[in-house]
Write a protein that binds this ligand. Structure first.
Ligand SMILES: [Zn+2]
Length: 266
């Protein structure tokens, strides 16, 4: 079998799981290759821990999570909250994408509340065309075939809402995603409840995480169902949990049938 390669370009360790954990699980269970690339080390995502200690802890958490789906993991040593779409990082990203040669890249939209998510989306967008240009980052051969680029669902409305171009039914992957997310203890049990002013009872951590996580795939399923006939992937009337992706016009042609193992695996 020719393995298909999925590259999630994330701003932070845990973004891939929150944005596309179901897709990653489906991809991996079908025997295809996944790489999670985090452009920052996540060293600002805590209310008590110091940056270096946190970065080390988050790297371990991300590794444990990636192991669940047998994903390759790479974390860049960029400070959390300070990512900028620089030429240096663009070149680094071009080299990284060429070396992995993905069939599909998933990343953030450039309209997003977090500056690191925006910078990550911008870096992928800025790299896209240049992947084929041999004179740019000549130490890595230019790509002969452009990967498709998808942008993970977000709730932001300005300047326009996310387009649900590809909807993935994730009901059979919820438990895997929850196991992955539970690895990110500094986030799901410490920092996120703190910043969201929510109380997590120590005897019901998993229950809290389930409730917190499921809100998004439920909302996406609802949005996909109401998109109705205009969205052939969302025909399933009983869609309960879903992830949705917008096709970036800067990537190669996206044909869902190239990745039909994702649907078959549901
Ligand atoms: Zn993030």
């Amino acid at each position: 079998m020719q393995k298909k390669k999925l590259l999630f370009v994330a701003a932070h360790p845990d973004d891939a799981e929150f944005c596309a954990g179901g897709l990653i699980s489906a991809w991996s269970k079908a025997g295809h290759s996944v790489k999670i690339l985090c452009l920052t080390n996540g060293n600002a995502g805590h209310h008590q821990m110091l940056a270096d200690e946190l970065a080390r802890r988050r790297a371990k958490e991300a590794r444990l999570s990636a192991e669940i789906v047998d994903a390759e993991l790479e974390i860049w040593d960029q400070a959390d909250g300070e990512l900028v779409a620089s030429i240096a990082l663009r070149k680094q990203l071009i080299g990284c994408i060429r070396a992995f040669a993905p069939d599909l890249i998933v990343t953030h939209r450039v309209a997003d509340y977090h500056p690191d998510h925006r910078a990550t989306g911008q870096l992928v967008q800025d790299s896209a065309y240049l992947l084929q240009v041999p004179a740019i980052v000549p130490e890595h051969a230019a790509m002969q075939r452009m990967p498709a680029i998808l942008l993970a669902y977000d709730r932001f409305q300005d300047p326009r809402p996310h387009r649900l171009d590809w909807v993935v039914d994730t009901k059979n992957h919820i438990e895997t995603v929850l196991s992955m997310l539970a690895c990110h203890q500094t986030q799901v049990f410490e920092w996120l409840p703190k910043i969201m002013r929510m109380t997590v009872h120590t005897d019901n951590k998993k229950g809290w995480l389930r409730k917190f996580y499921l809100a998004k795939p439920k909302a996406v399923a609802k949005a996909a169902s109401s998109a109705g006939a205009s969205n052939p992937s969302a025909e399933t009337a009983d869609l309960a949990f879903a992830e949705a992706f917008e096709v970036s016009e800067y990537g190669g042609r996206f044909d869902p049938s190239d990745f039909n193992f994702v649907d078959k695996n549901n």
